[in-house]
Design a protein around this ligand. Structure first.
Ligand code: ADP
Ligand code: MG
Length: 226
């Protein structure tokens, strides 16, 4: 039996704001197997983003363990964690988070800069990723010259250009109209069918329908899996 791609064991997260403690996760166990497609649901404030950030190695738990391919990486140093994240995980956000003064292709190149890929190869791979997402005619556009749906495709190309094992998306359709949102969800579905492991957070039941498994969070706990 092979280990899950990523596993959380008894993960808690408490944010400290001065004297005030905000419990965001209160003991989450979660296994993400290769080729899974999970949707995290639940109301605003239930802990979806916090969970995705820990799963995506953007943040650390207050207590509990994070295992990557069976290895406990909870206390891995920041650089090693960043390296693992940069090479194995792609992240897509609700607000696209593109760099506004860079072109589409330059945005998509960024993760490859971090990985030390030489410029010529970087450019080639970024262009290919954008072409695959139907943006071959928008390579030199800047984010403010693109529609919301196109910007989210650029963000998706940026997440995929490193060929990550795990694709994480936090409310990826939250800023898109219904039709455009559906197109983006269809892309996630296709990516999963091609073998990509996907975890997304959404409060939209229709968006969660595209996933294979849905998990409902409430007050920092997974309360339902269906
Ligand atoms: P969701 O994504 O489901 O809306 P979040 O994970 O963003 O939930 O938030 C869970 C809880 O943690 C909320 O009570 C929220 O206010 C709190 N929280 C989230 N991020 C921070 C932060 N950086 N500092 C303090 N509290 C936070
Ligand atoms: Mg959130």
């Amino acid at each position: 039996m092979t280990a899950p791609l990523v596993e959380l064991q008894g993960v808690t997260k408490i944010y400290r704001l001065g004297e005030v403690e905000v419990p965001a996760l209160r003991g989450v166990d979660l296994r993400v197997e290769l080729q899974d497609f999970l949707a995290l649901m639940g109301p605003s404030g239930s802990g979806k983003s916090t969970l995705l950030h820990i799963l995506g190695l953007l943040d650390r738990p207050t207590s509990g363990q994070v295992l990557w391919e069976g290895q406990d990486i909870t206390h891995l140093n920041g650089w090693r964690l960043a390296e693992l994240r940069g090479s194995r995980i792609g992240f897509v956000f609700q607000m696209f988070n593109l760099v506004s003064n860079l072109t589409a292709v330059e945005n998509v190149e960024l993760p490859l800069v971090f990985l030390g890929v030489p410029p010529r190869e970087r450019r080639k791979r970024a262009e290919e990723a954008l072409v695959r997402l139907g943006l071959g005619d928008r390579l030199r556009h800047r984010p403010n010259q693109l529609s919301g749906g196109q910007q989210q495709r650029v963000a998706l190309a940026r997440a995929l250009v490193t060929d990550p094992a795990l694709l994480i998306a936090d409310e990826p359709t939250g800023n898109l109209d219904t039709t455009t949102g559906r197109e983006i969800l269809t892309l996630f579905s296709e990516l999963n069918h091609q073998g990509r492991t996907v975890v997304l957070a959404t409060h939209d039941p229709e968006a969660a329908e595209v996933a294979k498994v849905r998990m409902r969070l409430r007050d920092g706990l997974i309360v339902e899996v269906f």
